[in-house]
Design a protein. Structure first.
Ligand code: SF4
Length: 197
């Protein structure tokens, strides 16, 4: 069975499988040198089936455009969870464990050179840690050298939407620029840690 069919039919997380409207698989070319990785679908994504739809998506697209990256052409968008947690509650550890094998399988197909991890749950995946141990802002800008790709730890564009115009937004945009440079072959200067996933 094709990976996308498997994901669409998945009911491993009973609550999410009952409450979701759509399974949000991902968006972008395959293969693709850049992956932007978020947490889980929100209300609009659940309605449309499109990841990063709405305010967070607009912020991401505008920031990427400044780095000469166009949606649908230069980057692929994925989430750690493919189904929306009801009322936008945080994903549970069990839901993450259920869905991460799909994410790993997707990354094996997309084959990114660089992943930008947006927020606590994406950072937790990259570092192989519990989200409870993640300090998103402390990790901002760290570049991880995974055997298969580089990963830049950043915050979620939805958080930027609530904190416009400051140093945080500047840093977020810089992370997107760095990803664009890595995708073109640049070697990042500050690789500070090795991590499996
Ligand atoms: S979140 Fe992932 S593992 Fe859970 S039901 Fe949806 S597709 Fe399956």
């Amino acid at each position: 069975m094709k990976l996308t069919t498997k994901i669409k039919r998945c009911k491993k997380c009973t609550e999410l499988a009952q409450s979701r409207r759509q399974v949000v698989i991902g968006d972008g070319p395959i293969p693709c040198p850049i992956v932007f990785l978020g947490e889980a679908p929100g209300r609009r994504e659940d309605e449309t089936g499109i990841p990063f739809y709405g305010v967070a998506g607009d912020i991401l697209e505008a920031s990427a455009f400044k780095a000469q990256l166009q949606r649908g052409k230069h980057y692929h968008i994925l989430n750690v969870l493919k189904c929306r947690p009801p009322e936008n509650r945080d994903p549970t550890i069990c839901e993450m464990k259920n869905c991460i094998p799909f994410l790993i399988a997707q990354l094996e197909v997309v084959k990114p050179k660089v992943i930008v991890a947006f927020g606590r749950y994406a950072q937790a995946f990259i570092l192989g840690e519990s989200p409870n141990n993640i300090s998103v802002l402390k990790n901002m800008g760290r570049i991880i050298n995974n055997p298969k790709f580089y990963a830049i730890l950043s915050c979620h564009p939805a958080y930027i939407g609530r904190n416009r115009g400051g140093e945080l937004e500047k840093a977020f945009k810089q992370h997107i620029h760095t990803a664009a440079r890595i995708a073109k072959g640049a070697k990042p200067k500050c690789v500070v840690q090795n991590a499996p996933y």
